[in-house]
Design a binder for this molecule. Sequence first.
Ligand SMILES: NC(=O)c1ccc[n+]([C@@H]2O[C@H](COP(=O)([O-])OP(=O)(O)OC[C@H]3O[C@@H](n4cnc5c(N)ncnc54)[C@H](O)[C@@H]3O)[C@@H](O)[C@H]2O)c1
Length: 271
Amino acid sequence: MANDLLKGKRGIIFGALNSQSIAWKVAERAHEEGATFVLTNAPIAMRMGEINNLAEATGSKIIPADATSVEDLDNLVTQSMEILGGKIDFVLHSIGMSPNVRKKKHYTENDYRFYSQTMDVSAMSLHKTLATLYKHDAMSEWGSVLALSYIAAQRIFPDYNDMADAKSLLESIARSFGYHYGIKNKVRVNTISQSPTVTTAGQGIKGFQEFINFSEQMSPLGNASALACADYCLSMFSDLTKYVTMQNLFHDGGFSNTGVTQPVIERFGDE
Ligand SMILES: NC(=O)c1ccc[n+]([C@@H]2O[C@H](COP(=O)([O-])OP(=O)(O)OC[C@H]3O[C@@H](n4cnc5c(N)ncnc54)[C@H](O)[C@@H]3O)[C@@H](O)[C@H]2O)c1
C-alpha cells in the first residue's frame, strides 16, 4: 500500500546485502512511497552482486563505499547529490559487523584489533557518515538520518558479544550528533532498536534461532519483521515525525518494557 509518503525525497541507503536485509526492505518500500535514492554497500559486499537486482527494481544507482573510509564517504555524498540532483532528505545506516562474533571469540577474551574493527564498522561509521554529510552541507532542513540498533545496548545478551558495546556507542553518537545537526540545519538523527530478525548479520549470533523464539514469546505483539521495521523507518523519514530527534526508538513488539509473559512463566510451572 503506497501513500506517496516520501514523494520527491532523495536518500542514501546503506547496507542492502540480500533480500533478507532490513535495508533491502527499506529500499523497496521507499521506492513504493515515491523516494529516489542511491544504494551503497562495502565494495566487498558488492561481489555477491544481489544488490544489482534491487537497483534495477528501484531505478537506483549503486555507489560502493566502505563506511569506515572517510574518502569513500566523501565520494559517496558528493556523487549522490549529483545523481539525485540536490540535497539529501534521508539516510539509512544499516551496517553491522563484528570479527569477534565471526571468529567466535568469547567476550572475556576479545581480540582488541577485532574489537576496534567492530567499533569502527558498526558505530564510528555513523559518526563518519554524519560528519561527511555535515561537512558538505549535504542534508536538507528537516532531513532525517537513521541507524539501526539493538537492545543489547541497554541490557546484557551474552552472545551479542562486543556488538553490544558498538550499539551503545552508536546510540550515543546519534544523540550527540543529533544535537549539533539539529542546531545547525534542523537535521534529525535517531536510532531504531529492532527485534531480532532473520538476516545475514543476525544469523552470525550464536543460538540466534532459540533467541528469536524466546523474544517472540517475550513480546506482547511478537517480534517485529524486517518489513515492519522498514515501514517504521519510512515514517521517520517522512514529514510526519519532524520533531523526533536524538532518540533511541524501540521497534520490538513491546519486548523492552516486558518483565515476563504468561507463555514464558508457564514453562517454569513444573519445576
Ligand atoms: N538482524 C537483527 O536481528 C537485527 C536486530 C537489531 C538491529 N539490527 C541491525 O540492523 C542493521 C542491518 O543488519 P541486517 O540484520 O539487515 O543484516 P545484513 O547482514 O543484511 O546487513 C548488514 C550490512 O552491513 C554491511 N557492512 C558491513 N561492513 C560494512 C562496511 N565496512 N561498510 C559498509 N557496509 C558494511 C554489510 O555488507 C551488510 O549489507 C545492522 O546495524 C544490525 O546490527 C539487526
